[in-house]
Ligand binder design. Structure first.
Ligand SMILES: [Zn+2]
Length: 260
C-alpha cells in the first residue's frame, strides 16, 4: 500500500493517506447526508446535513487513525520500529519494521487496536447521550450514534480470528504463548485467515442476491483477507519470519446498511 499523500509526521511516524481513503470519505458523507440523516430528521436543511455529514466523515477517519496509532505506539514501546501508518479504502495499515519480540508484545500490539476503537465507540456514545440530554440538533446526535456504532463494529470486526486482522494476531500471540512455538502459531493464524477470507467471499456472493452493496463489500474484504494471508504464508515459508509486518485493519463503511 503506497501512500499517495503524506499528511505529516506524528511522534516521528509518517502518516499518509492512500487516494482510496478519499473515496470512502465521500461515500460515508454521501450515505449520511442522503440517507442516515434525512431518516433521523426529515426537517433538517440540506446544507446542515452535508456540513454534519462531512464533519462526521472526517471524525471517522480520525478515529481510524487513532486505532493505527495505538498499534504503532504500543509497538514502539515494545522496541518494534514503526515504518509508517497509511489509511486506505478498507481501513488502515501500520507497517512494523520488526517482528514482535515476545508473545506478550504481539498480544499487546494487536489487541490495543480494537481496544482503541471500542474506547472511541464509548466516547462517541457518551457524547451522543450528553448531546441528547442537552437538546443538540437531531442530525448531530444521529451522527454521534453512527460514529459509536461504526467504531464498535470496527472493534468487533477486526477481532475476527484470522491473519492479517488484529484477531488473527491475537490468536497467534495466544498460541505462541501457550505452545512456545512462534512459527507454528503464525501458520495456524494464517490458515485461519485463509478460511476466514473464503467464508467471507462466499457469504458476500450470497449477500449479493439481497443487497449488492453489502455483498460486494463483504466479498472484496474477504478477497483482501485471503490474498493477504496467502502473501504472508509465502513470505513466512520463504523467510521463516515475516519482516515488514503489517497490522491491517478492515472497516465497514456503513453499519446502518451494513452486513446484514
Ligand atoms: Zn488494528
Amino acid at each position: 500500500m503506497k501512500r499517495t499523500f503524506t499528511l505529516g509526521t506524528v511522534r516521528g511516524i509518517p502518516v499518509g493517506l492512500h487516494w482510496s481513503v478519499l473515496l470512502i470519505m465521500v461515500l460515508i458523507a454521501e450515505i449520511l447526508a442522503r440517507s442516515v440523516l434525512p431518516a433521523a430528521d426529515p426537517g433538517a436543511s440540506a446544507d446542515a446535513r452535508w456540513a454534519v455529514a462531512a464533519a462526521t466523515s472526517a471524525l471517522f477517519v480520525l478515529s481510524l487513525a487513532a486505532h493505527e496509532f495505538a498499534h504503532a505506539l504500543v509497538a514502539r514501546r515494545h522496541g518494534v520500529r514503526v515504518g509508517s501508518i497509511t489509511l486506505w479504502v478498507l481501513g488502515g495499515i501500520a507497517e512494523l519494521d520488526d517482528d514482535p519480540p515476545t508473545a506478550r508484545a504481539d498480544l499487546h500490539i494487536a489487541g490495543v487496536g480494537p481496544l482503541t476503537s471500542a474506547a472511541a465507540a464509548a466516547v462517541f456514545a457518551a457524547a451522543w447521550t450528553a448531546g441528547s440530554a442537552l437538546g443538540a440538533p437531531i442530525i448531530v446526535t444521529a451522527s454521534l450514534s453512527w460514529l459509536a456504532a461504526t467504531n464498535a463494529l470496527i472493534a468487533l470486526f477486526n477481532l475476527l480470528p484470522g491473519a492479517p486482522l488484529d484477531g488473527g494476531r491475537v490468536l497467534r500471540a495466544l498460541l505462541w504463548r501457550r505452545q512456545g512455538d512462534r512459527a507454528g502459531a503464525t501458520r495456524t493464524a494464517q490458515h485461519a485467515g485463509l478460511t476466514l477470507g473464503r467464508v467471507m467471499i462466499g457469504a458476500g456472493l450470497l449477500t449479493l442476491l439481497v443487497n449488492w452493496f453489502s455483498g460486494l463489500w463483504l466479498a472484496v474484504v474477504g478477497w483482501f483477507i485471503l490474498s493477504s494471508a496467502r502473501a504472508e504464508e509465502r513470505w513466512t515459508d520463504l523467510r521463516q519470519a515475516a519482516r515488514g509486518l503489517r497490522v491491517a485493519d478492515i472497516m465497514t463503511p456503513d453499519p446502518d446498511h451494513g452486513w446484514s
